[in-house]
Design a protein around this ligand. Structure first.
Ligand code: OGA
Ligand code: MN
Length: 292
């Protein structure tokens, strides 16, 4: 397979093979960790082939902790723009759980004639390009993450969903307990440090006032999403994009109006995040820590 880098820091396009014909999973996993994101154009995978590709990289999870999966493929989460599946917010997948997915495999099924790109940010390079003083300041910090239905369905979410579906989603999301993750995550394969906060799910930094936490998070997000650290994929129906969810965040650009856009995702089970000092992610047990 031919590997062509996409940006100066991360992402590579793989060409020359149909992955449905079989691929060396160990090799693919290594490329994914090296490049953080792999684009495979024009693959036109069936649902079963998508799940099979995900299996080459690890163990597929159920589609989502709250949102129901595809009726015939419980690992597949369908994201239909017409059903509110727009994700127009920087986020890393499922960081509201104690062990978020290691990677995601996204297929574009129906793409609009224009618009509907996805952007990814390289959170490893983002960490490495912080000044040593800021790196040292955040290395020992922890942050609370929790699911918000707004992260999926936009604001206000009851305009994209029926009133009852919106209420059910809101109630289910409210039952998911908040978690604490290190702000800086040591990648379990490379040992490199990555920024591990995201606007989709991080509510605040533990032990800081609202002003301190909001200000510091805004700095980190602005830093991580500067154009030099962002890759933008212009989809063609049939493309597959695989990303390392431990070293990136992403944003689905919602500029396609009422045009059809339909994606499907499989996530691969991940390990419990660990910070530079060895602190591990955990559920929040002290309710005072999660108040925001
Ligand atoms: C996802 C996601 C982005 C997109 O599948 O997790 O955020 O462009 N998708 O649909
Ligand atoms: Mn996502």
């Amino acid at each position: 397979m031919l590997l062509t880098p996409i940006t100066g820091t991360f992402g590579a396009e793989l060409s020359g093979e149909r992955v449905a014909d079989g691929i060396d999973g160990a090799w693919l996993s290594r490329q994914l960790v090296d490049h953080r994101l792999l684009v495979l154009r024009d693959q036109h995978l069936t649902h079963a082939q998508q799940v099979q590709l995900a299996r080459e990289l690890g163990e597929p999870t159920p589609a989502h902790p709250v949102v129901p999966g595809h009726p015939d493929h419980p690992e597949i989460l369908v994201l239909d723009g017409a059903q509110g599946g727009r994700n127009a917010r920087w986020h890393t997948d499922v960081t509201f759980m104690p062990a978020p997915p290691a990677a995601s495999v996204l297929v574009g099924d129906v793409m609009p004639a224009f618009g509907g790109d996805t952007m990814w940010a390289d959170t490893r390079t983002a960490y490495e390009r912080l000044s040593p003083a800021v790196q040292a300041a955040i290395d020992t910090l922890e942050a609370v993450h929790r699911i918000s239905p707004l992260a999926y369905w936009g604001e206000p979410f009851d305009t994209a969903l029926g009133r009852d579906d919106a209420q059910r989603l809101f109630d289910d999301a409210a039952k998911v307990p908040p978690v604490i993750h290190p702000v800086v995550r040591v990648h379990p394969v490379t040992g490199r440090k990555n920024l591990f906060v995201n606007p989709g799910f991080t509510t605040h930094i533990v032990g800081m006032s609202r002003i301190e936490s909001d200000g510091l998070l805004r700095l980190l997000y602005e830093h991580a999403t500067q154009p030099e650290l962002v890759l933008r994929h212009r989809w063609r129906a049939g493309d597959v994009v695989i990303w390392d969810n431990r070293a990136t965040m992403h944003y689905a650009v919602d500029d396609y109006g009422a045009a059809q856009r339909c994606m499907r995702r499989v996530t691969i089970r991940g390990t419990t995040p660990v910070g530079p000092s060895g602190a591990e992610s955990r559920l929040v047990t002290d309710p005072l820590v999660s108040v925001r």
